[in-house]
Design a protein around this ligand. Sequence first.
Ligand code: PMV
Length: 352
Amino acid sequence: MVYEATATAPVNIAVIKYWGKRDTKLILPTNSSLSVTLDQDHLRSTTTSRADAAFDAGDRLWLNGKEEAVKEGGRLWTCIKELRGWRAAEEAKDAAKPKISTFPLRIASYNNFPTAAGLASSASGLAALVASLAALYELPQSPSDLSRIARQGSGSACRSLFGGYVAWQEGVEADGSDSLAVEVAPREHWPDLHALICVVSDAKKGTSSTAGMQQTVQTSPLLQARLKVVPGRMAAISEAIKAKDFDAFAKITIADSNQFHAVCLDTQPPIFYLNDVSRGVIALVEELNRAHVEKTGHLLAAYTFDAGPNAVIYAPEANIPTVVAAVNKYFPQAEAFPDPFKVGTAAALPQG
Ligand code: PMV
């Protein structure tokens, strides 16, 4: 009998950024965040997990064919330990269930896009890992329950367990039991919203998100002001998504990206994730928006940047050709992905 399961999870791109931990071990954030999960067909991680009594002792994991150490006490180890514990609890309840929780694991994960290039590979990777183990172990827990485990692998991963529009509620409990992801709206609710990913640089980022967040929490006075602003933004952008109000969605998305990067600049020493090309994209979208408001009264597009220089531009489908033409005109060397990405379907949870 082979015990094996495969799951995939797409990348998610935050419009209200998670930046700062109040608990670094449990990965509890200093603020709630909200993201859009991209389409499965494009940027995704696929993970296969196998449990076998015949394997040598110890769990092993390969990422894009290269072995990564599963260090005791580390993030991968924690996720595996928690899920194995849930399986063991199911086995204890039901004597007929095979005791696969005691078997060593072999896990292989692939990204269909460059790893650690500021394209949120850790989010999809850890979400796919958790989803594949949940399928292997036939766990009855809900995606929100599983998101608490994925969160401990990489904070933003908790949001990739859902498709569409997803909030990560910061929670108040010290044990992290209420710090989890919930669906704000499924993808089908607002399929008109598209994401264009402009890869400004595919080099690995200079300051990891873990180091950047720690520096921010320790040294940025501006972070305190941000933490007061975020709850209002969370409520307003959730409303905008429910109402499919692109103008409100875009204004908040742009403001939150800029505030996140302002906070990074406010640390000691300052962190610069944006480069001159990123700032050029900002100037371009701001100008396109100014002209579009003058003509139509509405915004054309919204930009957002994670912990790196790459731009993600959200826009209604009808506006995408204008954005693509402008990006290609002003950044002629840049190779945009050929197609804009649709907002995604749910992470493929248990597939057996
Ligand atoms: O989950 P991490 O540690 O990779 O941090 C992600 C941080 C941002 O991408 C900048 C923001 C976010 O909410 O995804």
